[in-house]
Design a protein around this ligand. Structure first.
Ligand code: SAM
Length: 310
C-alpha cells in the first residue's frame, strides 16, 4: 500500500474521538497547527510537510469527558476554498477557517490555505483507486462526530462546494443526521481557470454562453457529450487524464477538429501553465508537456479571443 495512506504515528492527543462503530482506515492525516508536544511525532511527508505538524491516531475509544454531550450543539459549514491562491478566498471563508475548531479538508486545498487553520485539521490523502466513495464517507463521519461533540466544524472544499464538489450530497447527509449546514461559496475553477488563462468565457461576437461539464462520470463512465455550438465556450473539469479520448469523442460528436482548446494547469498557483491548441493537436501537446491534474480544459472560439495577433 502507498505509505502516504498510512497514519505514521500514534500520539496521545485525540480531542476528536470517534465511537467504536466508526472504523476508520488510516486514510487521514490529523494535524494540529499548535506546536507538537514532545510526545507527538512530526510528519515528514514530502507532499504535506509544510502544513502538517503532527499526526493523531483516530478511532480511539472516547474518554469519559469527551462523550457526546446531549446539550452541546455543533455547527457544520461547507466552505469553498477557491481555486488555490489564498488571496482568492472570500473574506468570510478566511475568517471562518481561522475560527473553526475542526477543519475537515479535501486534499486539493493547498498548504497556504491549510496553514490558516488554528484548530484541528483533518486532510484526506489522495483517494486510491476504487475507494473514493469510502474515503468520502469517512471524511463525512469525522465531520459529523466533531459536530456531535459540539464543535464548530468546517468541511473545506476546493473551488465552490456545489460545483462537482459533492457539496449537495454532504448537505443531505448532515441534514439526515440532524444538522442543517451553512454553505459559503468559493470561486470555482470553472470560472477562475479560464480567467487566469486569459480566456474570456463570454466575449461579445465570439461566445454568448458557456457550459460546464466533466469528462469523468461516476465510476469511470463517460458522461454525455454536450452538442457543439459555435458561440459557446465549454469548460471541462476532471478531464485532463483522458484528454485524448475526450478530444476524439468531441470530434465524433460534431466539434470541428480546428476548434480552439486551452488547458490551464494549476490555475492561480504561482506555477500555473496554459497550453493552447486545437481538438486535433491538444492531446499531443498535453502529453509532450506532461500536463497534470488539477487542470481545466476550455473549448471554443473564446480561447483565442485575447491572443495577440502574430
Ligand atoms: C472534483 S472537481 C472540484 C471542482 C471545484 N469544486 C471547483 O468549483 O473548482 C476537481 C477539478 O476541478 C478543476 N480544478 C480545481 N482546481 C483547479 C486549479 N487550480 N486549476 C485548474 N483546474 C482546477 C480540475 O479540473 C479538477 O480535476
Amino acid at each position: 500500500m502507498d505509505p502516504l495512506l498510512h497514519i505514521v504515528s500514534i500520539v496521545n492527543h485525540s480531542s476528536l474521538l470517534l465511537p467504536p462503530q466508526i472504523q476508520l482506515e488510516p486514510l487521514f492525516v490529523v494535524t494540529s497547527i499548535m506546536p507538537p508536544s514532545p510526545d507527538e511525532t512530526l510528519v515528514h511527508d514530502s507532499d504535506q510537510t509544510t502544513a502538517l505538524t503532527a499526526v493523531t491516531q483516530v478511532g480511539l475509544q472516547p474518554q469519559a469527558d469527551q462523550q457526546p454531550s446531549s446539550t452541546a450543539r455543533g455547527r457544520i459549514t461547507l466552505v469553498g476554498a477557491g481555486p488555490g491562491d489564498p488571496d482568492l478566498l472570500t473574506v468570510k471563508a478566511y475568517r471562518i477557517i481561522q475560527e473553526a475548531e475542526l477543519v475537515v479538508s479535501d486534499n486539493l486545498v493547498p498548504k497556504p490555505i491549510l496553514s490558516l487553520v488554528r484548530g484541528e485539521l483533518f486532510v484526506a490523502l489522495k483517494k486510491s483507486e476504487g475507494r473514493a466513495d469510502q474515503s468520502q464517507d469517512e471524511l463525512m463521519n469525522v465531520a459529523l462526530e466533531g459536530a456531535r461533540r459540539g464543535r464548530r466544524v468546517i468541511r473545506l472544499k476546493n473551488g465552490d462546494p456545489f460545483v462537482y464538489g459533492r457539496g449537495g450530497e454532504e448537505v443531505l447527509f448532515f441534514r439526515k443526521h440532524g444538522f442543517e449546514v451553512d454553505v459559503i461559496p468559493g470561486i470555482s475553477s470553472c470560472l477562475a481557470a479560464p480567467l487566469s488563462g486569459l480566456v474570456p468565457i463570454t466575449h461579445r461576437g465570439v461566445a454568448d454562453q458557456f457550459l460546464v461539464a466533466t469528462g469523468q462520470g461516476k465510476n469511470g463512465s463517460i458522461p454525455e457529450i454536450p452538442p457543439y455550438a459555435h458561440h459557446r465556450t465549454t469548460v471541462f473539469l476532471m478531464s485532463v487524464a483522458r484528454m485524448a479520448d475526450l478530444a476524439r469523442d468531441l470530434v465524433a460528436h460534431g466539434y470541428p477538429e480546428n476548434c480552439p482548446v486551452a488547458v490551464v494547469e494549476k490555475a492561480t498557483f504561482p506555477d500555473q501553465r496554459v497550453l493552447r491548441g486545437t481538438l486535433a493537436t491538444i492531446a499531443d501537446i498535453s502529453q509532450t508537456e506532461k500536463i497534470q491534474s488539477p487542470s481545466t480544459i476550455i473549448i471554443g472560439n473564446s480561447v483565442n479571443a485575447l491572443v495577440a495577433e502574430q
